[in-house]
Design a protein around this ligand. Structure first.
Ligand code: ZN
Length: 314
């Protein structure tokens, strides 16, 4: 069995490729070359399929999905789905393959072809709500993957861990009353999108860890261990999905937490240990934010290095 699948497609470079915007093509332009340079021994790079519409409908309002798909431009103009969510002619294929990566990863991991997967996708997903695109996110990639694991494979106890610096309001919205999915988020607070208060608990399945601007590595890990890891041990999930945003990095221009690459390595190690104890090691990780290009590239490599490292860590 191959340890790690990397899902990537060149269409992810074609999403709003002409726009000078934080969520831009440069974020993923070099990543496959960088992965190849690492000469990972137990990794496959795969092209994701387009998601079937029925899988998007499982996480989102059908009317919203159909309306959104009709709004993608068919010429060179840029359309804004909300104030911060532009789409271009290349976005249609990218959006469908970004969500499709989670579906492909789910099938391959459940069927034993891979242990874990990192989907290096654009557009990201965690701000996309049940009936609304927002914050660079068209559809909610991790939510679509979780709904698929529930409907196709009958899983009933999934954990989504979101370490992006922004609160994943969309993921929380979609699963707020669904106890089959527990959602854990560490995020700077207050910050965009404004949600993620500690009192937002859903049906006991939502765990928000709001962090002050300036939070450093040791403060972050204290909160992560004391709250997120403890609650994960209580939950004993059968599958881990990670909303992997790397914008809590100290160099990130959109936020003010002070993590470094090594922290993403440690977070990944900790989540691998949970997956080892409860999930038969199964993890789907999907890229969310991260806007300093070099910090993002180094952090993604640190994340992949740990996903590769199961044998030596356990
Ligand atoms: Zn973010």
């Amino acid at each position: 069995m191959t340890q790690t699948a990397i899902y990537f497609d060149n269409s992810f470079k074609d999403h709003v490729s002409t726009l000078d915007y934080p969520e831009r093509t440069d974020r993923v332009k070099n990543i496959i070359d960088l992965i190849n340079k690492e000469e990972f021994k137990n990794l496959s790079i795969l092209k994701p399929d387009q998601v079937g519409y029925s899988h998007i409908y499982a996480a989102h309002d059908k009317e919203f999905v159909d309306d959104t798909l009709n709004r993608f431009p068919k010429d060179e103009k840029i359309v804004f789905l909300d104030q911060e969510t532009p789409v271009s002619i290349g976005s249609f294929d990218a959006t469908l393959r970004a969500a499709g990566a989670g579906i492909n990863a789910a099938d391959n991991i459940i069927n034993g072809n891979f242990t874990n997967a990192f989907c290096i996708v654009r557009p990201p997903g965690h701000h996309a709500c049940y009936d609304r695109s927002m914050g660079f996110c068209v559809f909610n990639n991790v939510a679509i993957a979780a709904e698929y694991l529930i409907s196709k494979y009958g899983l009933e106890n999934i954990a989504i861990i979101d370490f992006d610096v922004h609160h994943g309001n969309g993921t929380q919205d979609i699963f707020y009353k669904n106890s089959k999915v527990h959602y854990y988020s560490t995020h700077q607070y207050p910050l965009y999108p404004g949600t993620g208060d500690i009192n937002e608990i859903g049906v006991g399945n939502i765990v928000n860890v709001p962090l002050k601007a300036g939070t450093n590595s040791s403060q972050y890990h204290l909160a992560f261990d004391e709250i997120v890891l403890k609650k994960l041990h209580d939950q004993k999930p059968d599958f881990l999905i990670i909303s992997a945003g790397f914008d809590a990095h100290e160099k990130d221009p959109l936020a003010s937490l002070n993590l470094v690459e090594n922290d993403f390595k440690l977070i990944t190690q900790k989540l691998m240990s949970i997956a080892c104890q409860y999930c038969d090691n199964r993890i789907i990780s999907m890229l969310e934010g991260g806007y300093d290009i070099q910090a993002l590239e180094r952090s993604m490599i640190a994340h992949i290095r740990e996903l590769q490292n199961y044998d030596t860590n356990s």
